[in-house]
Design a protein around this ligand. Structure first.
Ligand code: GLA
Length: 378
């Protein structure tokens, strides 16, 4: 359906068939929030929502792209991609990074289709960057190793688009595997696949957000400052995640850096506990999700009343084991884990109560861990 829709958009726009269609998934993070850019661990899954990119070589010298969901077409010279502040930056950014690595991407005609909601904290940008990076590499005749693709997409987001994100989103989109969560040690970019057989309820609080406009870069700067102060006391500490909670407490950093640092230190340790439970054939320990949410709310100050409402409502629902905000926060999505029947049955009830409380219509999905970037059959 989605491949066909991407195909159709390409044909309707350019009057011929595309030569290839690639797709990459969105993600939710099970646990390990705001740890990736602090040298910590994360545990995302790729989800069922994907972004599809149809391509073919262009006749002219400019790359053109249309999107079924984003307004306005994008157009740029692939030999000199420039930042415009619009959605085409995700494509131009990937072309810029590739050309910086000696991989010249030719001018292309492109059509983009996606069922990843933008601005919901599900990494719509990473899905587009990863699908585009893989498509561009294949057109340019370069081998599309998913690890390289993730690195290229991450560099495009940071260096070109200008969001100082960590590596989690692009890694989940490029390296996700069906039935598995992706455990990433963000200090070394080492990864392992961890069996993850349960589905997750994803609840979008419909509070639009964009990392470009959020306090994300401000938090990064606070974490850098907290690390600098910690290292003044303990020069051996190389990252905030590496500092133990005891060390952070003993350092008595000035507020709010003390709370930011404590969140990062404790959160990265929770990742290890969830990985151990999953690797042993168990399910996601719900109590750790509640702890994570509480720390994001109190220590990292990135929750909202709508996200808190969802977590409390989920906690009061029989059969739900755990819930927390997922992604950067400041709006966007939360997740819940529990009995699959309970998740299915409670989703519409929670949505109705949410609408009554907030006057906004939320969206929700139930997703298993899905596969990463791939070529779609034509
Ligand atoms: C955003 C960033 C990620 C990560 C999360 C918070 O999604 O893109 O790199 O920092 O926020 O965990």
């Amino acid at each position: 359906m989605s491949v066909a829709a991407t195909h159709e958009l390409f044909v309707a726009t350019y009057g011929r068939r595309p030569s290839a269609v690639w797709s990459a998934p969105a993600r939710v993070n099970l646990i390990g929030e705001h740890t990736d850019y602090n040298g910590g661990e994360v545990l995302p899954i790729a989800i069922g929502q994907r972004t599809y990119v149809a391509i073919d070589n262009a006749a002219g010298s400019r790359t053109r792209a249309v999107s079924a969901t984003e307004a306005g077409s994008a157009e740029f010279d692939p030999r000199r991609p420039e930042r415009t502040g619009r959605w085409g930056d995700y494509l131009a950014g990937v072309v810029a990074v590739l050309s910086g690595r000696g991989c010249a991407v030719p001018a292309l005609d492109m059509a983009v289709w996606s069922d990843v909601p933008a601005g919901a904290g599900l990494s719509s940008s990473a899905a587009l960057e990863v699908a585009a990076a893989t498509a561009f590499q294949s057109v340019a005749g370069a081998a599309g190793d998913p690890f390289d693709v993730a690195m290229i997409a991450h560099e495009a987001e940071n260096g070109f688009v200008g969001v100082q994100s960590g590596i989690m989103d692009q890694f989940a989109s490029a390296l996700g595997r069906a039935g598995h969560a992706l455990h990433i040690w963000c200090d070394t970019a080492a990864t392992e696949q961890v069996p993850m057989h349960e589905s997750v309820l994803i609840f979008d609080t419909a509070e639009p957000r964009s990392l470009r406009g959020s306090r994300f870069n401000e938090r990064r700067a606070e974490c850098d400052e907290a690390l600098r102060l910690l290292r003044g006391r303990s020069p051996g500490v190389t990252s905030l995640a590496q500092a133990t909670p005891e060390l952070v407490r003993a350092a008595a950093l000035p507020a709010p850096l003390d709370r930011r640092a404590l969140h990062v230190s404790e959160e990265t340790r929770r990742v290890g506990l969830v990985v151990t439970a999953l690797a042993g054939g168990g399910s996601v320990p719900g109590a750790l999700l509640y702890e994570s949410h509480e720390s994001l709310r109190r220590n990292y100050d990135c929750s909202t009343s709508a996200l808190d409402w969802f977590v409390e409502r989920a906690a009061a629902t029989p059969g739900v084991r755990g819930a927390r905000l997922t992604g950067a926060g400041w709006g966007g999505c939360a997740i819940a884990v529990g009995d699959s029947g309970a998740l299915e049955a409670s989703a519409p009830l929670i949505a109705a109560d949410f609408e009554a409380a907030f006057g906004r219509v939320p969206r929700s999905w139930i997703s298993a861990a899905a596969g990463g970037v791939r070529a779609e059959p034509m």
